[in-house]
Design a protein around this ligand. Structure first.
Ligand code: M6R
Length: 587
């Protein structure tokens, strides 16, 4: 949830490099930021509340520095709580990603003997290291011992102004060490360091790296024993994509979706066959994801049932570890994740792996933690997704799952045809005229407090995803429901004028979806129909050409653009909604 970047080298440009590195990692957290660089024998520190993206500060010449973009967990979003945090001497500084679960207990112990200035759990780590140094331990040993006293999942980078070193140690949250020429780096992901290092070491849980300008040493944090570095060449292409003619990444990425579908039809047949084979051979397959990816996973259950008559299980990443007692060495667990770093998925998949399950994944970021832990990683190839909202990755996940379901049924060509139909429908809803109607709808409903989305069958996960897009970007309270659940309680929420999006593709759910819409209308609801044809029940109609089982793709695109226009009308930043981060690396 936080972006960490550190530099140690022979150069004198640490401040600028750290600032630039953090800007690349801003998607991981953007409440506040802070940087510390060594200037002479003291640390020069700059911290601010807000986003780092447009910050232009200058630092004195320095060859050692690090910083963090924060996504607050402990302590409000204030300058004081922004990282780095320091020990009492000001010589040891710490940045951190994660949650120190026992920080209250540690804080109580330190209250009298140390000067604690922030409300964060992170600051405690600096004082823990300080205590160890004061008792005569080397920096390496002090960081190691301090780390062992932390409970929870934590990635910690500590800077020692005296020994001119950085220490990086982790459990859970990712850290990558970049090996450069007379300079070394540490960052939350390889995107931050790829410009200056072509070799990296991905730290595994329980590993401690000590970096100076000449070398990187690796230790087992538990025993303190030295380990060999496992160096990985950074040879995958991470194409950084600019805004081009678009105002925001969100709308740019929404518009890239037809191309993403085309690419999957053309290029992913081999991977679909491979995944279908794994599913066929497994004794129980589980699709696991969080947020938007969880809705792709849920849609997958409908795809495989309808197209292949094959049952797959679905679980939220955060719930899977409580319900995986039945996993064994014949199980296949498919993690679905854009970032490949989502803590809830990583943790439950690691548990499944320990039980002998095979792990496959649909992941968008090469080299990510999920990619590396999978026995069968599949890259979805949506291209870099920079807006915090997941859009084109969702479409790619759906397209690959749908394609695989058809391949499993021995009807790969039909799967391709259906995806082509979805692409054409997508293009239709993204055309000028459709977008004019969606913009107008945004103006009509922008001041409503609540909004509901209903659908049946595969339009149920579509409803969940549509509501998520609207609420996370525009902050309008939006909920998605299975239409059939309405009369079991949800209908109590409908008031005069409550906008309700009804997903009504021309499939087996059509009649029942309209019946649910009638029930809402009878109670004063304002019915917005997303369907191939207008109907007298609809108060507002958005045409979505039929794509059968794949209608979830264009239906979601309507909600994505509606969310975008609502957000613009409300004056918020569509790419960086409040309180969110692109990669959720804490539990
Ligand atoms: O990187 P992942 O796909 O694992 O992320 C999962 C969710 O955190 C993510 O989809 C989140 O719900 C987004 N804000 C959705 O737009």
């Amino acid at each position: 949830m936080c972006g960490i970047f550190g530099y140690v080298g022979k150069g004198e440009d640490a401040g600028r490099l750290v600032l630039e590195g953090l800007k690349k990692l801003e998607y991981r957290g953007y409440d506040s930021w802070g940087i510390a660089c060594l200037k002479g024998r003291r640390l020069e520190v700059k911290k601010e509340v807000g986003k780092i993206g447009k910050v232009a500060v200058r630092f004195s010449k320095s060859s050692l520095g690090f910083g963090q973009t924060r996504w607050a967990t402990h302590g409000g979003v204030t300058r004081t709580n922004a990282h780095p945090h320091f020990d009492c001497s000001g010589r040891v500084a710490v940045v951190h990603n994660g949650i120190v679960e026992n920080y209250q207990e540690l804080k109580k112990k330190f209250k009298k003997s140390h000067k604690i200035v922030s409300q964060t759990d992170t600051e405690i780590i600096a004082h823990l290291i300080e205590e160890e140094i004061e008792s005569g331990k080397s920096f390496t040993e002090a960081v190691r011992r301090a780390f062992l006293r932390l409970k929870g999942l934590n990635a910690v980078v500590a800077l020692n102004a005296q020994s001119h070193e950085l220490a990086a140690v982790k459990s859970g949250s990712p850290l990558v060490v970049g090996l450069g020429q007379s300079e070394n780096f540490v960052a939350s992901d390889s995107l931050g360091i790829k410009d200056r290092a072509d070799k990296v070491v991905f730290l595994s849980d329980g590993e401690l790296a000590i970096l100076d300008e000449n070398r990187v040493q690796l230790f087992d944090a538990q025993s303190g024993r030295k380990k060999d570095l496992k160096v990985t060449p950074l040879n995958w292409e991470i194409k950084e994509e600019g805004l081009g003619r678009y105002r925001h990444y969100l709308i740019k990425e929404i518009y890239e979706q037809p191309r993403v579908v085309t690419r999957i039809i053309k290029e992913k047949g081999g991977e679909a066959a491979y995944l279908a084979d794994l599913i066929k051979k497994s004794y129980g397959t589980y699709l696991v994801g969080c947020g938007t990816a969880s809705y792709a996973a849920l849609a997958g259950v409908y795809f495989f049932s309808t197209a292949a008559g094959h049952h797959l299980n679905f679980s939220l990443g955060s719930e899977f570890s409580y319900a995986e007692d039945f996993i064994n060495d014949r199980s296949l667990v498919i993690g679905i994740s854009q970032s490949g770093e989502t803590a809830d998925i990583i943790e439950s998949l690691n548990k499944a792996k320990k039980k002998g399950a095979k792990i496959a994944s649909l992941v968008n970021v090469p080299g990510s933690t999920l990619y590396r832990l999978s026995d069968f990683p599949i890259l979805i190839g949506a291209g870099q997704e920079r807006a915090v909202l997941s859009t084109k990755a969702f479409t790619a996940q759906l397209s690959i799952l749908l394609y695989t379901a058809y391949v499993l049924a021995g009807r790969g060509a039909d799967g391709q045809k259906l995806l082509n139909k979805a692409r054409r429908s997508l293009q239709y809803v993204l055309n000028k005229e459709s977008q004019r109607k969606i913009k107008k709808l945004a103006r009509v409903i922008k001041d409503r407090e609540h909004l509901y989305v209903i659908g049946r069958g595969v339009s149920y996960p579509a409803a969940l995803e549509a509501a998520l897009k609207i609420k996370e970007d525009s902050y309008i309270h939006a909920e998605g429901f299975a239409a059939g659940e309405l009369k079991h309680g949800v209908i109590a929420l409908i008031e005069k004028g409550t906008p309700c999006l009804v997903l009504a593709p021309h499939d087996e759910t059509f009649g029942a979806a309209l019946a649910s819409a009638m029930e809402i209308k009878a109670r004063g609801g304002y019915i917005i129909g997303l369907s191939p044809q207008d109907n007298e029940i609809f108060d507002y109609f958005i045409k979505v050409p039929d794509a059968n089982l794949a209608s979830i793709i264009p239906n979601t695109a309507v909600a994505q653009t509606l969310a975008y226009y609502l957000t613009l009308l409300k004056g918020y930043d569509p790419d960086k909604p409040r309180n969110l981060a692109k990669s959720v690396t804490v539990k």
